[in-house]
Design a protein around this ligand. Sequence first.
Ligand code: NAP
Length: 251
Amino acid sequence: MSEQGEVAAGSGSAGERIVVIGGSSGIGLRVAELAAGGGADIVIAGRDPQRLDAAVDGLRAHGAAVEGVRLDAHDPDQRESFFATLGPFDHLVSTIGVPMGGGFLSAPAAEIRRTIESKFFANLAIARLAAPLIRDGGSLTFTSGTGGRAQDAAGSYVGNLAIHALVEGLAVELAPRARVNAVAPTWTPTPLWKDVSEAELAATKARFASAIPLGRTATIDELADAYLFLIHNTFITGQQIAVDGGIMLGG
Ligand SMILES: NC(=O)c1ccc[n+]([C@@H]2O[C@H](COP(=O)([O-])OP(=O)(O)OC[C@H]3O[C@@H](n4cnc5c(N)ncnc54)[C@H](OP(=O)(O)O)[C@@H]3O)[C@@H](O)[C@H]2O)c1
């Protein structure tokens, strides 16, 4: 169970099958918890078996039907095997996408390429494999990002734009059978930053809070809520929701 606490009841997912790739931690785990609280059957996927087992145990402790599957979503063979045995589902959330810092001139080209591979090509592959398995009325929700500037986060910036383009195209290609959207968080304290020192984490949090018009960083719940909203609102497709306290609006 995440630090966000209890599984919330009534998130409107009763009887649905919801797949969360990247569901063993952070935003994805909270999406899984909220969907489980609404009565969904959950499949979560991630690389680290201990993280996966802990997440599955936490979700099961609250009565959810949950399956944990080991998957490195960057590995083409593992992606193929995962979807070959997955079966039909209603909604899929992917939180796959590595972040990076540095500009177009300063960051190593290989790192820019790796970030775009992760954010765009891994999610494109997920979409292509997932598309035939989505039940009518279902959805795909991807994870983009906001708050960074092109000159500070070159590969992330391009990757996020590419995810936006991906959801616009897929939304039309999969309509009217299924919907496709993305959530764009800005910097948020999650286990993504577990290797960063406490002092650095606090400094980054303060820096973002001062740049965000709402004066603070997000909670994981505020991010997860946006995924649940996109999963359940049946007339939204091809959209990206920034959950960022207005960071791109400031001067
Ligand atoms: N938190 C932020 O500040 C922030 C801001 C903007 C965008 N985002 C984006 O939001 C997404 C989720 O971030 P988070 O903060 O929730 O991070 P997190 O707490 O580290 O969770 C990431 C999840 O994805 C899994 N994962 C990572 N790489 C994977 C792979 N190759 N194959 C399968 N599973 C994988 C992780 O498990 P394993 O490591 O065990 O595989 C974990 O379950 C990322 O795309 C991130 O770039 C985050």
